[in-house]
Ligand binder design. Sequence first.
Ligand code: GDP
Ligand code: MN
Length: 390
Amino acid sequence: MNIHEYQAKQVLKAYGVPVAHGLPAFSVDEAVKAAETLGGPVWVVKAQIHAGGRGKAGGVKVVKSIDDVKSEAKRLLGSTLVTHQTGPQGKVVQRLYIEEGSAIDKEFYLALLVDRETSRLAFVVSTEGGMDIEKVAHDTPDKIINVSIDPATNICPHHVRAIAKALKLPMSGPQQKQLAKLVTELHRAFVEKDMSLLEINPLIVTKAGDILCLDAKINFDSNALDRHPDIKELRDVTEEDPKEIEASKFDLSYIALDGTIGCMVNGAGLAMATMDIIKLYGSEPANFLDVGGGASKEKVAAAFKIITADPKVKGILVNIFGGIMKCDIIAEGVVAAVKEVGLKVPLVVRLEGTNVELGKQILRDSKLNVIAADDLDDAAQKIVKAVGKG
Ligand code: GDP
Ligand code: MN
């Protein structure tokens, strides 16, 4: 689960992490009030959307008067911000964060993440902060330094030294102390709150020499949210894909993607393989979907409806290897969904496993226009071809 920058800063502040004073605002009036409360003389008006790259897209403005806070708030609220992370459709700005301005001396990149290669948490840091870290990783990968944390020791002085060295910060004195505290607190927050990603870009040194988090992005492990009711409350469903929200109501593992071929598969591994093979034959999947093992007819029908409701979908591939999942349940679910919402795109079905003959019979009896496939390879080729023709 994702949260907004201002919420992430509140979470971090509770751990003693240094962030600037700021207040959220849902209207122009609230923005003005927030600015008055903060007092100035410099404010930053920041659009709150679940995407980065706001600065370059005009979503972060440093201003020097309440009048300018007001006009920037007017401009941003309700507008659609298109950044390199939102996709071309952009995201509508519904919340603002008004923050006191900081005088920046240096900008760094600092992230804490789960490093799957080492099965450890790792700090990823760079002197090239504030900008596109993906570009830094691509053009100058040696400027990104990875500091791996052994879970048996947690944060040790040598980790802090490695980070300080990477960021060219002092190895002693007040700034070193601030960095040591920051690293320890971020690590503690990450572990205690079951985060999956914590990204501070930029982490800054102010002109006064203090370390401060100027931006904050946090992802939480959704599977752990039941342990954190306080975090769960921060969810902003208006930022999420409506198809994914609908899918979560039915406990479906669904992730919306940009392609044209809708996929309904059982098992995460088979779903990944299905997406790969669609790409291999030159097309792109419109979603990841694992209907799971013990899905009911209703759940299958819900999944199929979510796929067909996506205007990007130009064809559907149902790929079921029935073990615990029974092929007849899949067939019944598909037929029920089509009866309700119709079927305007080609549908390729590959069924194998438990009750396969029964499943195929149900599809034949339904007189649905189904293109039958024998195996995964055959199925992928058929749907890519069918969509290509359409
Ligand atoms: P992002 O573009 O979505 O990552 O938004 P950020 O919160 O990182 O802001 C983008 C950039 O705006 C930062 O890298 C800073 O250069 C600048 N910025 C943000 N807050 C301040 C501030 O308080 N003072 C100054 N001078 N610049 C700021
Ligand atoms: Mn940023």
